[in-house]
Design a protein around this ligand. Sequence first.
Ligand code: ADP
Ligand code: ASP
Ligand code: MG
Length: 411
Amino acid sequence: MPRLVMKFGGTSVANLDRIRRVAKRVGVEVAKGYDVIVVVSAMSGKTNELVGWVGETGAFFDAREYDAVVSSAENVTAGLLALTLQENGIDARSWQGWQVPVQTNSAHSSARIGAIPSDNLDAKFRQGMRVAVVAGFQGISPEGRITTLGRGGSDTTAVAFAAAFDAERCDIYTDVDGVYTTDPRITSKARKLDRIAFEEMLELASLGAKVLQTRSVELAMRYKVKLRVLSSFEEMSDDAGTLVCDEEDIMESNVVAGVAFSRDEAKMTLVSVADRPGVSAAIFGPLAEAGVNVDMIVQNIAEDGRTDMTFSLPVDQVAHAEKAVRDAMAREEINFHDLIADEGVSKVSVVGIGMRSHAGVAARMFKALSAEGINIKVITTSEIKISVLIDRKYMELAVQALHDTFELEKI
Ligand code: ADP
Ligand code: ASP
Ligand code: MG
């Protein structure tokens, strides 16, 4: 029988009523003749609660136990949905990651899926199981420990199952009816896109649009999974939502497809470091070892053999980053006169494959920000995106201004 993967996020399974609605949706696909793999998230708010409890046990906790605790909320949803489906007369059972098994590496709290052997599920489908309800976000390491895939990781579980089981489609059901030109919570002018290219979606996700986890888009792109984002609260229809697809499958694309943002960023400057070969490696090596996700990097023009080095990072990693560079200084690997951390910045980005063939996008972007009196602190660009770091208090204003400038409400 053809296979389908359906993934339901936290708000879609927030209580038993919603789980019943999910079961109905799944039932519709089963009635069409699909064997369904349903991937579920934790009920909304549950993962945050568990993360909070782990944090309260101490500042430096065992990452393996963090995963053991934080993964557990998905188990509850999987069991409840399986029970509800059974109640509706559908042959369904729940599967925790280790039971499938979802094999990952040992990078606790941000593990990557290596393989999903299909034998166990296949055997059950052959025996008549119609729905496998899989707990998203979790897997098992080679050491036999429970792992999690990073926040938002159920999306990645879903796409990985679609690839491993050769599903006809992977439907990501969420609380919005598709991928928008920007987060609809920021502006009512945001418009739903009928289609978006994998590469654009990849950039939007990695630049902060949490509607899909970045890794899920990477996997879908690599394994050619037909990926759709749609609402679990609206009527079902075959052309609902947004299809994430190859660039070639989009007739005409806009220069800018969307605006993304990442609210909680920080900017760190090492003032007056020596300007000589090896200095960047001496700074960013220890930062990488400390697990700091450095994003933008700017080195100023050198004067008298010394320069300032500025970089951006998530705001909750500032303490780790400070320790890493100060320790490197104590070991005399680097030397700087001062360290300035600005914890009040956000990153705003515009993304679009049309930028490859259109000049002037950066100029339009900078002009729009300057018209609002917003100062740009750091800029980075790639082939299909431009990102700026600005004061956090202007973030919403910047997103709205850019949405207007690139006329995204007309899409
Ligand atoms: P789920 O719990 O279903 O996984 P998430 O909260 O992880 O849902 O993702 C959905 C949310 O992503 C939306 O409610 C929306 O606020 C946010 N979002 C951010 N950027 C976008 C975008 N460009 N298009 C749609 N939603 C977006
Ligand atoms: N429950 C996990 C989280 O909140 C995974 C997910 O929802 O995708 O991050
Ligand atoms: Mg999510």
